[in-house]
Design a protein around this ligand. Sequence first.
Ligand code: UDP
Length: 395
Amino acid sequence: MTLPWIDVVYGTRPEAVKCAPLVVELRRRDGIRTTVTVTGQHREMADEVNASFGIRPDADLDVLRHGATLAQTSSAIFSALSRRWSGTAPDAVVVQGDTASAALAAVAAYYAGARVIHLEAGLRSGNLLSPFPEEGNRRLIAPLASLHLAPTESAAANLRTEGVATENIVVTGNTGIDALRQQAVCSQHFDDPVVEDIVNGWHRVVVVTVHRRESWGGPLSHVVEAVAETLAHRPGVIAVLPAHPNPQVRAEVRAAVGDNDRVVVCEPLPHAQFGRLLSRAYCVVTDSGGVQEEAPALGVPVLVVRETTERDEGVAAGAARLIGTQREIVAAELAALLDDEDARERMAGARSLYGDGYAAPRAADAIERLLGVTASATLMGRGDSSELTSTSVSA
Ligand code: UDP
């Protein structure tokens, strides 16, 4: 008997983080055949995540070319996937989130006749230009998808508003929280001795991550300058900024930090090490989507340096503040948090906003149902949805 074939396609670090628990879960199930195709959009960073979850990709499209534009990378992803699926198409293709890899894989899968499954479906900022191009990418995927795996009730509501049928939406929680829980965060040691010393030292630590395309050429520098300036007056606080490898981001970060030794710029950390750094943080200043989800799960307040966010749950629960990228405002908000430990404690209270760590089994159950795989295989999976108690999650 030929088993239904699911190809999980991803290319960037955040996709790898959120796909890895699902790949591991699907591969435990014997009624389906699960393969992994990596596009190579983020070479080392996604490879590191795969290795840490014991995932060896079945195909590597290796599309990354130094200096390629977004359109060139997208076109390379589309062509390579179309070639991969030209002989035999998978029964279903899983794409995650809102990257070029996800959007182009969804279109290529649709053209090849495979069903599209969208993991982390339904996030919307409501602004096509923020975040760019992510908001456009995720909106492109929605009409092509047969199954929408929404991380939260609010993401599911967005999809229903756009006319997606309720029976095609399953609220699972976010697999990024599964990934965080599966990494043994507390026992990590840092490859970088400077970061190890900071984490073991006495300073309060502010973690900073900034990389969004719409912040290039000004806003990103203003955020980093604001952090540096705020820490200049507070000797007991130090910032750690793992710099995204994008050359433009690096150049702006280096220029904004200058010779200020209160902001320690380091290489991107392996995911588990980043988890340990984050768990030690007083607060995080970030424009990342994934970090907005992980920080509340670790009890760490988030200052979101963006104009919009699709993670409203954090703001509504008081775990995150959406503060934009203006230098004076970022400096004032960070100073207010650093100078008021009670305010920090209040923000640190909300923990399970984005998932309970069992999103992947729920997603795998839904995928098996879509493909008509019998329940006997489903029950072999860890965390079968019937065993779960979270009221915010339905299957
Ligand atoms: N991350 C990491 N190492 C780092 C910084 C971040 O592994 O040095 C992880 C983080 O834990 C989260 C993901 O990268 O899971 C977020 O990726 P990114 O901010 O690049 O993308 P976004 O979530 O905004 O799409």
